[in-house]
Every structure is written in structure tokens, then in C-alpha cells.
Design a protein around this ligand. Sequence first.
Ligand code: AQP
Length: 332
Amino acid sequence: MANPKRVLSGIQPSGRLTIGNYIGAMKSYVALQEEHDCYYMIADLHGITVPQDPEALREQTEMVTALYVAIGLNPDKAAIFLQSHVPAHAELGWIMTTLSYMGELERMTQFKDKSAGKEAVGAGLFVYPPLMAADILLYKAHLVPVGDDQKQHLELTRDLAGRFNHRFGETLVVPEPLIPKLGARIMSLDDASKKMSKSNPNPGSYIAMLDSPDDIRKKISRAKTDLGREIAYDPEEKPEISNLITIFSQCSGKSVPDIEKAYEGQGYGTFKKDVAEAVVSALEPIQARYADIRASGEIHRILKDGADRAAAVADATLREAKQAMGFLLPRR
Ligand code: AQP
């Protein structure tokens, strides 16, 4: 490793993962594991900040774990683990909550979006960002690969790390977000003003990584399109087509200008068919590997090994942080 950095990221098992999760975050996970010391968690403690059916939570947790491996993560290189298997997350999460201000948490757009129009809003949703800060800070992560929607939470994490260090002495690392240049915010297929999201009640709004080829074709053929017929990348004027161009580019490896050139003078029909085929081709090998991993029964061993490696790092940071704050530590 030339200049290895510590990397931490995670995904909530709150639904079926979408190509938004894949393009915005997971593709970077794989690229980073070759050069860096990577920790990728399944954020189950975050998942329960909105109500989850216990059976569904178990299934989705296994599904996310198997998808991590299916996209190409190597458990011998990157630690793959459940957030709930490393208790230090909850403990540093509480500490970060005590360092957070109500005003800054009230300004979080994810909290505002997820609580909008709800009569009863769980307190867990409100304190989600300090728990996310703890996830990252426990590993002294330098880099956090995330989609654009997590930028604000990363800013808060940086503020909390700085606040901690200022009050208690240099202990935590201030992390940097790693956000892809293209595909940082894949939008809903039915409304390009909203991001594609796995917990959207309309399955037509997203493409799940495990959708069948036929479902993918149907969903893309029904995806909303802008007025006109020009295939041009212009997120302001043509948000729906620009979203499809982004998906096409990220799934095929073709550049945006090459795609625009190839479809000059053609209508949306042919373009949409080709987008669908690119998505199907990108997901097919992942789906095949996914089936093998689920059948192998390897998931629990991978998670055990990952949690052991993660806990060794996380427990040491937690101990350091508590010592700096003045907690009496148990004698070893
Ligand atoms: N539409 C998206 N485009 C690009 N990146 C995305 N991510 C999520 N949606 C998109 C990125 O995926 C990672 C994991 O996200 P998460 O599961 O922790 O929660 P989220 O950001 O709230 O994603 P979802 O799919 O919308 O989940 P739900 O519906 O459960 O809230 C993050 O890096 C995120 O940026």
C-alpha cells in the first residue's frame, strides 16, 4: 500500500438496496479495498430509527451482507460487520449525542425529510447523526465514501470531532467525505426532484440491485421523462433524462458526452431500452454471486471475523476517548 488510509462506511438494512446505494457508495467501497484499510458495516442500529418488522430486518441484514460480498468486497481485505456486533458504536454514539446541540440536529435535512408530516417521530431519528459520527470516529477514518445525501451528516461529524479534540485534547481524526463526481445522487424514476430511496413505498421509483431483468426493463420503460426528445445531460432543464444518462454511464462505463453523441437525433424509446440493458448487464454478475453466497452459508463467519477486527480498533478508540473525558476506566 502506497499511502494507506482508514476507510469507514455503511448502509442501513432498511429495505432492498437500490442502484442509488450501489452507484453512490458501494462502487467506491470495492475500489478502495485494494489500497486502504477498509471497514464496511451494515448499519442495523441506524436501520431501527424507523420501525422495522423483525423478520424483514433479519432478512435485509443478511441480504446487505451478501450483497457486499457479491459486488466484489473481499472479507480478507475489508472488514465486513454488523454495527450491533460492536457495542462501542452505541456507547460512543451516546457520547457524541451529549456533545451535539439541538439546533444543529434540527437543521439536518434527512431528519426534516423523514419526519415531515408524521404525527409521532422517533427520537432515534433525531439522534441518528451523532451515532453516525461515532461510527466514523471510532475507526479514526480518514475517508468516508458516501452519496451526496450524507454530506451534511459528514459535516456534523467533522464538527463533533473538532469539538471533542478542542475540549478534551487531540484524540479523534477529522474525516473527509469521498463523494463520486457523477452519480452522487441518483434520483427517483417517478420524480427526479427526489433521490432514489430503498424505503420509498413505490417500488417503481427505484431499481433494486436484486430486481429481475424483466422488472428492470419494465421500470426503466415506465420511468418518467422530460418534455422534448433530446438525449442531453442537463440536470436543471432535463432532470429525468439526465438521471437516466447518469445511470447508463455508471452501469456501462461510457462517458456522458459519448452517450449524448450516440443518441443524437434518436428518441427516448431506443435510449431507454439501452439504459435497461446496461443496468441488467451490470447487475447480472452481482446477482449470480449473491445467490452463491446466500447458498454457501458463509455470511455468519464473515460477520464474526469482521466484528472481531472492527472491535479491536473501535474498543481502543472508545477507551482513549473516555480516558480523555475523565471517565474512570475499568482496570484491565
Ligand atoms: N439515490 C442515491 N444516490 C446516490 N447515493 C445514494 N445513497 C443512498 N441513496 C442514494 C448512498 O447509499 C449509502 C447508504 O445509504 P443508507 O442506507 O445509509 O441510507 P440513505 O442514505 O438514507 O439511503 P436510502 O436508500 O434512501 O435508505 P432509506 O430509504 O432507508 O433512508 C449512503 O452513502 C448514501 O449516501
